[in-house]
Design a binder for this molecule. Structure first.
Ligand code: FEO
Ligand code: CA
Ligand code: CA
Ligand code: CA
Length: 597
């Protein structure tokens, strides 16, 4: 069992044991409250949630579905008021509607789904009990699939982005499949459009071989889509609006401080299944944005801006900084191991130097109008980035999920969540950064990056899974004393520089959760579980502040065979209720700091 005693500052709590409870379970001495749930009012005039009488009009003003990323942006210096910004990744119609007929969704159900996507901005404040409560404010905002975005950067206005509705190739309605994200140093939110491919229908009617190849590389295949949106708006029908597919898969930027601002899609960061993007400021003030492409055998990217960040929060500085992601250079990562290939046998056994580690390089893909990939124009690099990265010879990773720089030691951490196909017939074999065949439990890579340069060093901090299993590695820490962790997804840091990891799809049989692990000193690798989420849920979007931790509980009750008529979870409302994706806040019962018991 994981040990509570001693430990690095910020991780001194009694670890939560693995469990399968239909509840959020927190350490002894900690309290929790639900901050906001799917359907709760966000903007003025929003009605209270009425599950059996939901409407698109109501949903457009209420908290969306399947909250994934979250951030808490301070609104006041006393720490009592924040803006909570949340992504609403995707919809689970069978859990949202009783008697849902997947072959014949109604137009209203489809419109509810469009309104349930996007993001929410909502003020939260400390309530009388110390918990966090959502409150009305002039900042509160919903962004949905009906909100207009401006396309910026080198591919804005490209013929590849033009549609019948938008002949300029610069305006897109909405964002979807927003997975992870980050807070920029200038106070805006970046959010990644991830599994956008799943909403597009009729790729099988496309006959042009080049278009077919491009669609297939992004997983856009087959006839009718699962949700049948193409019946109600032709933009989801690839046979009618081929280029609409090219208008998703970007990093978007939202300014939560200005509810009337037009959100932006940044083409300079490339188009793929962006888990997220997060920023480190280099010594010279330039911005380095890291991003992972969450799919088996996909890549890790970074973008380096041409311009330097301007300090301060003036409108002028903000405008300048919000343009930094429009001009710069896009790179993809190649990782090289330092141990003989013969020692990477696919079992997870450490090589003789005791580490999965090595060096690497960032391969230039494009900068402004210049392409560095033979056979690709710059526009093609930005819009079909995966294909350019294939040609560049980047390293195929085990599903790069969240990637974030640690503000304390400045190293960069990426969760490689799993890859059941690694090393199996017809797929790429193991390498030192992705060392296990049929990788069910994932790993966390720690990168020492030369910020604006092209060289890097790396090692695997965690090779996840059952600590009793010899294929696992917990940063060199005594594995008899750690909490088991599997399928790392989102990463975050506390002010001490400890890494916090939330999981998605725990392959060890218990519920997903949130874990803390020091990355420096004698406690490096001492993984401790801070909380678990209800049955069928994934733990997302951890925010670690001194006196409160928030997590998004995404898709509670989403297990095989369950639906709104037969719920597998009744969290958070209890009784016979349907489960509702929600944000939860956890705080020490004594009003003290997280992990300082
Ligand atoms: Fe939406 Fe990469 O998880
Ligand atoms: Ca090595
Ligand atoms: Ca994720
Ligand atoms: Ca995931």
């Amino acid at each position: 069992p994981a040990q509570a005693s001693g430990g690095a500052p910020g991780t001194n709590f009694e670890p939560v044991a693995p469990n399968t409870e239909d509840a959020v379970v927190v350490p002894e001495g900690y309290q929790q409250n639900v901050v906001i749930r799917w359907g709760d009012p966000v903007v003025e005039g929003a009605p209270e949630f009425d599950f059996d009488n939901q409407s698109a009009e109501a949903q457009e003003k209420q908290f969306g579905y399947n909250n994934d990323f979250a951030e808490l942006i301070p609104l006041s210096s006393n720490g009592r008021e924040h803006l909570l910004v949340c992504n609403h990744e995707y919809t689970s119609e069978e859990h949202m509607f009783r008697g849902y007929d997947e072959n014949n969704p109604t137009e209203e159900q489809v419109r509810i789904a469009w309104a349930a996507h996007g993001l929410s901005v909502v003020r939260v404040e400390r309530d009388g009990n110390g918990g966090l409560a959502a409150t009305p404010s002039e900042y509160n905002r919903r962004i949905s699939l009906n909100t207009e975005f401006e396309v910026r950067g080198p591919a804005a206005g490209s013929d590849l982005l033009k549609t019948s509705v938008d002949p300029t190739g610069t305006k897109v309605f909405g964002t979807q499949n927003n997975c992870a994200g980050s807070l920029t140093p200038w106070g805006t939110i970046l959010s990644g459009e991830e599994n956008f491919h799943q909403y597009f229908a009729n790729a099988d009617q496309v006959t042009d071989p080049k278009a077919q190849e491009r669609l297939a590389r992004y997983g856009i295949e087959g006839g009718a889509s699962t949700r049948k949106w193409e019946r109600f708006d032709k933009r989801w029908d690839v046979a009618q609006e081929l280029n609409e597919t090219n208008r998703f898969g970007w990093i978007v930027e939202i300014d939560p401080n200005d509810p009337s601002s037009t959100p932006v899609k940044h083409t300079a960061l490339g188009r793929f299944k962006h888990e997220s993007a997060s920023i480190q400021i280099a010594e010279d003030g330039r911005v380095v944005a890291y991003s992972g492409d969450d799919e088996r055998f996909e890549y890790i990217y970074k973008f380096v801006s041409d311009g330097a960040v301007k300090k301060g929060s003036s409108a002028h500085a903000r405008r300048h900084n919000m343009a930094l992601l429009d001009e710069g250079t896009l790179y993809v990562a190649k990782f090289t191991g330092n141990s003989p290939e013969s020692e990477i046998d696919g079992s997870g056994k450490l090589p003789s130097d005791g580490h999965f580690d090595g060096t690497g390089e960032w391969i230039e893909l494009a900068s402004g109008d210049e392409s560095f990939v033979p056979g690709f124009s710059a526009e093609e690099v930005y819009v079909f980035t995966r294909m350019a990265a294939d040609a560049a010879g980047a390293t195929k990773m085990d599903r790069p999920e969240d990637i974030q720089p640690n503000p304390v030691n400045r190293k960069v951490y990426c969760a490689l969540t799993n890859n059941s196909n690694r090393g199996t017939a017809g797929h790429a074999g193991v390498d030192e950064a992705n060392p296990r065949v049929g990788n069910k439990n994932g790993q966390v890579i720690e990168i020492t990056d030369d910020a604006t340069g092209t060289s890097l060093g790396w090692n695997l901090l965690l090779v996840c899974g059952d600590p009793n299993d010899s294929s696992t590695y917990y940063g060199g820490f005594d594995k008899s004393k750690v909490s088991p962790i599997s399928c790392p997804d989102n990463v975050a840091f506390d002010r001490h520089g400890n890494l916090w990891i939330s999981t998605d799809g725990n392959a060890l049989g218990s519920n997903d959760g949130l874990f803390a692990v020091p990355v420096e000193g004698p406690e490096r690798g001492h993984v401790k579980q801070f909380l678990t989420v209800p049955k069928g849920a994934e733990t997302c979007g951890p925010v670690i502040h001194d006196s409160v931790v928030t997590v998004c509980v995404q898709h509670p009750g989403e297990v095989d065979g369950a639906n709104a008529d037969n719920p597998a979870s009744h969290w958070p409302d209890g009784g016979s209720s349907v489960p509702r994706p929600s944000v939860v806040a956890v705080r020490p019962g004594n009003g003290g700091e997280i992990g300082q018991a």
